[in-house]
Structure formats: C-alpha cells, structure tokens
Design a binder for this molecule. Structure first.
Ligand code: F6P
Length: 341
C-alpha cells in the first residue's frame, strides 16, 4: 500500500513520534510505502510532498514540532478544495491518508472520507479538548512546562511581594490551566468553562496576601470575565474561523493592581508550551497512536481515529472527535479550589 501522512493545525510535541511509529511499523510489517504531505492540508491541496521512509524518521522520536510542517489550510473553505485534494491523492497512487491533527484537521478528514477518500485520524492538540480520547499527546508536555514555570514564578513573586497572572493556552477548554495550575500550586485558576468575576479575583488576591502568600493566578487564554468577552490579540479569523486569543493576563494584571493596590505582573507562556521535546508519557502515547493508526489504514478502517481509552488504544469514528469538545467538568474545578488560600 501507499500511504500519505500529514500533520495539521498547531504543532505539538509528539507529532514526530506518531509519524515515526506509523512509518516504521508500516514498513516492517506490511512493506508499505509512504509519502509525506507538507504543511497540513496544503500538501495534498497543492501537491507538496516529501519522501518519507525509514531514513527520514530515524532520530525524530525526541524531536519537537513536525518534520512535515503544519498549517491551518482548510480545503473545505476553498472552492473545489475537497475535490482537488481527492484528485491529487488519487493521481499520486496513494491508497489513503493518515491525518494527525485536532478537530479542524479531523473535520476535514471526515469530509474527505464521506467523499470517498480513505483517511485515518490521529487526535492531536495540547489543549486536550478532543472528545473520544482520554488524553491527547502534547498535553502532558505542556502541563509540565506550565508546572516548571510556576515553580520558578512562585519564588520571584514571593521575593517581591507581587501577584502574578500567568496566561496559558486553552481556547475553549481549561485543561492546561487546571492541570498546570494544580501541579504548580496556583492560588487561582481561571478557565473558559466558567466566566469569572473581577471582584472575586481581587478578593482572592487580597486573601492570599493576608495569608502571607504572593498569589499566582493561572488563566487560560480563553478565560472570559462576566459581562465581558474573550481578549484577542489581533482582529480577524483563521481559515477555520478562529480568532487569535491572547492578552487576558495583561488585562487582568492591570485591573488587579488598580483595584487591590498590590503590584501585579503578567507572564504569557504562549508557544513555549508547544515547543521542544515531548515527555516520556507523550512519546509513548504518540507512538502507540501511530502504531495503531497504520494498522487501521492497513485493514481499511477508514473514517476512524485512534483513541486512548483508559490504558488501551482503540478506534473511534472520526465524527466522535469533531462533534463536541471535551471541556473541564465543574467538579474538577471544585477540587482545585480547595487549595486556594
Ligand atoms: O489549538 C491549540 C492551540 O495551541 C490553542 O490553545 C491556541 O489558541 C492556538 O493553538 C494558537 O495557535 P497559533 O499558534 O496558530 O496561533
């Protein structure tokens, strides 16, 4: 068989581990040939390919990013884009694709499958907000980066008796804020799932200082004040209709300082959370997902995606990944709140 592989959407640690696992197992067990499509759906749309064999995947297990490049190109938003992708893939003699990506990338995969092109999906996002999988790879690495940052920020905040607002990724779901904040001993965690009251945030900051603690507030980039809206860093949207978030930490820090009189600074962790080498957990998860994805492709299980269920890797319909996002349940937030001063 000839299989095309692509990675779409925001990059995340572990993408290369998936590619490596699929190529190595596919080559060794079935003798498959592979084509790498460059930059997400842009690759099959514009016929941009690269060689992808055993030599190309050697040594990439620990490497962050993606050797195939990524983009947020959406063929479904381009006139005739879906037909063009299908035509190009068929003309290249490719039997089917493995698409590694988040809900946008897998949404396109689903449309292609419905139009007769075989695609197996591998769920990816550091936000961990994809339904039908217990964890996405990249999330654990991001959480560890947040935790290490909070460990460092606590000492400087304490030395200067300052409050710090730390902005982390998480567009619709606060998983990174919740897990990073819990692991790093945050004094308040703000997530997109529950709008926050500025007055309550300020009261929490005052309580922390009264208890002798320089508070660290972890805020998801998608956290929203009551009677307010998401803070965005630019105008306009990408090809999938998403605004570019960013700025909630600075917005909050200014108001906290103004209303409490305590010096408050902001830190945006941004793409630090997505870069660099994956943790052991993410390497193993990504490898197992790639291992299972090539098996699914070999058996013609198109229209499915690999998922983690408990400790097992299973197959689920692509529709499960894209139909609704997995958000932080209220009781998980309540657990974290017990530890705020
Ligand atoms: O979708 C994952 C994510 O990391 C979001 O948390 C974030 O809003 C977005 O990607 C940022 O994407 P980009 O790097 O394309 O601006």
């Amino acid at each position: 068989m000839k299989i095309g592989v692509l990675t779409g959407g925001g990059d995340c640690p572990g993408l290369n581990a998936v590619i490596r696992a699929a190529v190595l197992r596919g080559h060794r067990e079935w003798g498959h040939e592979f084509t790498g499509y460059l930059d997400g759906w842009k690759g099959p749309l514009e016929n941009q390919t690269t060689g992808l064999g055993v030599a190309e995947v050697r040594g990439i297990l620990a490497q962050g990013g993606t050797i195939l490049g990524s983009s947020r190109t959406n063929p479904d938003a381009i006139d005739g884009g879906i037909e063009q992708v299908i035509g190009n893939v068929r003309a290249a003699g490719i039997d089917g694709l493995i698409a590694i990506g988040g809900d946008d990338t897998l949404g396109v995969a689903r449309i292609l499958t419905e139009n007769g092109l075989g695609v197996v999906g591998v769920p990816k996002t550091i936000d961990n907000d994809l339904n039908a999988t217990d964890y996405t790879f990249g999330f654990d690495t991001a959480v560890n980066i947040v935790m290490e940052s909070l460990d460092r920020l606590h000492t400087t905040a304490t030395s200067h008796h300052r409050a710090l607002v730390v902005e982390v990724m998480g567009r619709h779901a606060g998983w990174i804020a919740l897990h990073g904040g819990m692991a790093g001993g945050a004094d308040l965690i703000l997530v997109p799932e529950e709008e926050f009251e500025l007055e309550e945030v300020c009261a929490q900051v005052n309580r922390s200082f009264e208890a002798g603690v320089a508070p660290i507030i972890v805020a998801s980039e998608g956290a929203v004040p009551k009677e307010g809206s998401e803070v965005t860093s630019t105008e306009g949207t990408d090809a999938f209709g998403h605004v570019r978030l960013g700025g909630i930490a600075g917005w909050l820090a200014d108001r906290i300082e103004e209303q409490t009189g305590h010096e408050t600074r902001s830190v945006v962790l941004g793409h630090l959370q997505r870069g660099g080498t994956p943790t052991a957990f993410d390497r193993v998860l990504a490898t197992r997902l790639g291992y299972r994805a090539i098996e699914a492709a070999s058996e013609g299980d198109w229209g499915t995606m690999t998922t983690l269920r408990g400790t097992s890797i299973e197959l689920a319909p692509l529709a499960d990944a894209v139909d609704e996002s997995k958000v932080v349940p209220a009781d998980r937030l309540r657990e974290a709140q017990v530890f705020f001063d």
